[in-house]
Design a protein around this ligand. Sequence first.
Ligand SMILES: Cc1cc2nc3c(=O)[nH]c(=O)nc-3n(C[C@H](O)[C@H](O)[C@H](O)COP(=O)(O)OP(=O)(O)OC[C@H]3O[C@@H](n4cnc5c(N)ncnc54)[C@H](O)[C@@H]3O)c2cc1C
Ligand code: FES
Length: 510
Amino acid sequence: MPKSTSLWIDTAHRPSAAPLVEDTSADVCVVGAGIAGLTTAYLLAREGRSVALIDAGEVGNGQTAVTTAHLSSVIDDGFTEMLRLHGPDGARLAHESHARAVDRIDMICGDEHIDCHFERVDGYLFLGKKDKESTIDEELEAARAADVKVMRLPQAPVKGFSSGPCLRFPNQAQFHPLRYLNGVADAFMRRGGRIYSQTRAESADGGDRACVKTASGHAIRAGSIVVATNSPFNDLVAIHTKQAPYTTYAIGLRVAVSEVTHALYWDTEDPYHYVRLQQTTNRELGGDNDERVDILIVGGEDHKSAQANDAEKRFECLVSWARERFPKAGPLEFRWSGQVMETVDGLGYIGRNPLDADNVYIATGDSGMGMTHGTIAGMLITDLIQRRANPWTELYDPARVRTGAAVEWVKENLNVALQYKDWLTRGDVKSIDEITPNNGAIIVEAGRKIAVYRDERGTIHRRSAVCPHLGCIVGWNPAASSWDCPCHGSRFDRFGAVFNGPSPKDLDPA
Ligand SMILES: Cc1cc2nc3c(=O)[nH]c(=O)nc-3n(C[C@H](O)[C@H](O)[C@H](O)COP(=O)(O)OP(=O)(O)OC[C@H]3O[C@@H](n4cnc5c(N)ncnc54)[C@H](O)[C@@H]3O)c2cc1C
Ligand code: FES
């Protein structure tokens, strides 16, 4: 049986910090210790600022633990889209900012001696089965218009994969995200930074007396606040109409070392498939020797969160897709899933929180590129707090509106409006008896929707199925054993505790 966890969680030591147990103060309070929050906290500490970093769980509790960690300057939505939405200067800046983010990760690994298998690799964009060669010709032209180094090839010069016509993007990279995060956390603390785990922020108020209040009743007074919780809990509507949550799936298959060339591979399908390799050892995978092996990581099969309930089928599709293209792939070792926030114009929202005080910043809208967007957040928000000009400020401004994104905006918000029909639909099952152990389902009781989870021992846990953010009905996600909201990305564990915003609180008792 494959492990239902990510390769990263399985192969990294997870340090633990103490919770905040008293009121405190700092120059900057950063909320969220994923790659965005931790990079921001670290870069500010490097400049001598006192920083308090809090997380509702531990370092690397969120989506950074379930990523696939391609470090790429090739924008996921494609340069054709970037040119249409942001113009040639915007497309060029977008590429440049992601390339600088990869360079910055490389530099931090060197400066702080972080052993996280950081590796420079080439990236290859190849055709989906039904896509025409003209798709990559268009992309080639657009990439060149954005000053991107790119080459068209009849076949990628790699072992173990027959790509057909493709584009080659040199100087991309990859790493082990949790080992990187742990290394940055250590470096941050060596520079005087404070990390408080198991410390949930409930409010973040800017202005002269800026303050983050925690669920345990403590206050952190700060000159500036950075909310890097993947999806901001301190913004009710403004940002959440401009981004949408998508669930994505990943598998890890064992391959012998050197059977497949280490590179980033992705195709032109929609949703697209994304592939890379990660070195590990037999021992790390539970074996009894240190022989090196590779894990071929393949991701894809995305769908709007909580709007599909067929995780098994999606994992199977990924496995057969991978075996068809990578015939050397061996046993399935891992399968996991996570959520990405897709913005209507393909780039993250990083900077001052719209409609808020000047000293409250957010980093959200990873658009499937959260490793680099998170690093850009660290660089850009540090500049904003340090009152330095940054050429990316306008491109990533959370308040921006791109007219070319209007159709996508309408489509996503109509989709959200449609989710309210769930108030009127039947439950997933008629009776609690139909729910098998370690499973969840929505039932209707006296006209109310209840999220019911039956644990391994058969005990029933009941919560209101109404999302505390704006009232959509959550759905059971069998791949992650979580309750996910189909509207703006809130997620709750099987017992109803919130672990991903925008909901500021847990599901109500049933
Ligand atoms: C399967 C998959 C594959 C992906 N592949 C790639 C890829 O190849 N390349 C890439 O660049 N990106 C990829 N991504 C996206 C990327 O992983 C994420 O965008 C990125 O990890 C998000 O980082 P973050 O720091 O913004 O958020 P997170 O890592 O989610 O961190 C947020 C933190 O905030 C904490 N938190 C939340 N609410 C509160 C609160 N109220 N108070 C205190 N703390 C709180 C959470 O506990 C968490 O630790 C992928 C994502 C998935 C799911
Ligand atoms: S996340 Fe907005 S209603 Fe649930």
